[in-house]
Design a protein around this ligand. Structure first.
Ligand SMILES: Cc1ncc(COP(=O)(O)O)c(C=O)c1O
Length: 418
């Protein structure tokens, strides 16, 4: 594993952002500094540490699965968002919920638990590039599923499953990974019908695979919606409780420094993933879990979320208005309705990768973005597109968003004229 694991681009991007103070980073997924909930966190922590019972819980080791109150509150939260799916009345959904160190840990645990080197994971094309690092490190092969505006292209998913069945590769497929809300990196949200179609396709191919084919729904940005309606998750489907792994996070909607996430797992997976977590860390930091319990119970979390939603709606508007004003008309993007990202698409011949003229000139102008190619899995059945960029409106100030986009616009105009 040590020999196989390459340097994750996320570490380099974050390091560069922290080391070059003049740099306007539209790259790493840092969140908005101005709205970090310092006052709310301070009040909750002070309260927590002033009572002897709660301070003992907060400053002591806890259980591997997580604090029972936080597990219950988390389960109630997603059940409410999904209108209390009927199956949750029959079994207690909180018993299969694991609190993790960010949702990142859940992604890692699931990959580690389900996959052996050489196994295959189906991913969106493009997808969350840090997940690709986990796959790379574990020696997994990925097959990319083309995206439409409504999420995965089901016809392509079927074609890939059929190809794998014919070539004898289906038995190595373990799960399909889907970032379903305001996807990182494209900002797209998966329609409910697409989720239903994907689950149905996986079910159809299970017999040929010889084992369950899970759908891992990563809902990291679900709560950061600032336009449109919420889309129900895969947990709403009948029998989903046997085939769906659902993960979410308190990082992005509260504070990224409070690295607490969660995963809901089917019975067959809960025990092994729970055991693996025991080997990793035997429990997420109690202090942070107790902080979350306080802010969730007091309503501070929801009030803060409203502030964040307004703030990101405002920042998304600033970014896209600046793009409209300064980018060459041949660069296109979708207007974000939530999350932190705008996916810019230049004409195919304009390269945006590390080492390309656009990337280097942007860096010279002190602007950093995530080259789109980093978000594509290594899939030998197609070429990796080179002409896209992920732009985040999460961290930069309003002024820096305008200045950064303007500078990038100049660089892109030069690329268009070259
Ligand atoms: C799609 C997606 N999933 C998971 C994560 C991990 O977030 P955390 O570990 O902070 O919950 C991120 C972080 O950027 C993400 O973009």
């Amino acid at each position: 594993m040590a020999r196989r694991t390459t340097a994750p681009p996320i570490s380099w991007l974050m390091q560069l952002t922290l080391e070059r103070p003049g740099l306007i980073s539209l790259a790493a997924g840092f969140t908005d500094d101005e709205t970090l909930p310092a006052r709310e966190a301070k009040a909750a922590l002070t309260e927590l540490l002033s009572e002897s019972k709660s301070s003992r819980i907060a400053l002591q080791y806890g259980s591997t699965a997580g604090d029972p109150t936080l597990r219950r509150l988390t389960t109630e939260r997603w059940s409410r968002q999904d209108n209390n799916p009927p199956w949750t009345q029959q079994i207690d959904p909180a018993k299969n919920l694991l609190i993790t160190n960010g949702s990142q840990q859940l992604l890692y645990l699931v990959a580690e638990c389900l996959c052996d080197p050489g196994d295959i994971v189906l991913v969106e094309d493009p997808t969350y590039f840090v997940f690709l690092g986990i796959a790379q490190s574990h020696g997994l092969r990925c097959r990319g599923i083309t995206l439409t505006d409504a999420g995965m292209d089901l016809a392509h998913l079927e074609q890939v499953l059929e190809d794998l069945k014919r070539s004898g590769g289906l038995s190595r497929v373990k799960f399909l990974y889907c970032v379903s809300y305001f996807q990182n990196p494209t900002g797209r949200t998966t329609a409910w019908t697409v989720k239903a179609g994907a689950l149905e396709l996986l079910r159809r191919y299970e017999r040929a695979a010889g084992h369950p084919l899970y759908l891992l729904e990563d809902a990291a940005y679900r709560e950061l919606r600032f336009a449109g309606e919420d889309v129900p998750s895969t947990l709403t489907f009948k029998q989903a409780y046997q085939r769906v792994i659902y993960t979410g996070t308190y990082s992005k909607p509260f504070a990224t420094g409070v690295r607490v996430g969660f995963g809901w797992l089917p019975d067959a997976l809960f025990t092994p993933v729970h055991r693996l977590k025991g080997n990793h860390d035997f429990g997420t930091t109690s202090l942070l879990q107790q902080l979350l319990v306080r802010v969730l119970e007091s309503g501070q979390y929801d009030r803060h979320l409203e502030v964040l939603r307004r703030r990101y709606a405002h920042k998304a508007k600033i970014m896209t208005a600046a793009m409209q004003e300064t980018f060459p008309p041949r660069v296109t993007w979708l207007t974000p309705r939530g999350g932190l990202y705008v996916w810019g698409r230049a004409p195919r011949s304009w390269k945006t990768g590390i080492g390309s003229r656009v990337f280097e000139q942007a860096l010279q102008q002190d602007v950093l973005y995530v080259p789109g190619r980093l978000c594509y899995a290594k899939d030998p059945t197609r070429r990796v597109p080179q002409h896209e960029m992920r732009l985040s409106f999460g961290n930069a100030s309003d002024g820096d968003l305008r200045a950064g986009i303007q500078r990038l616009g100049t660089v892109l105009h030069a690329a268009g004229n070259a």
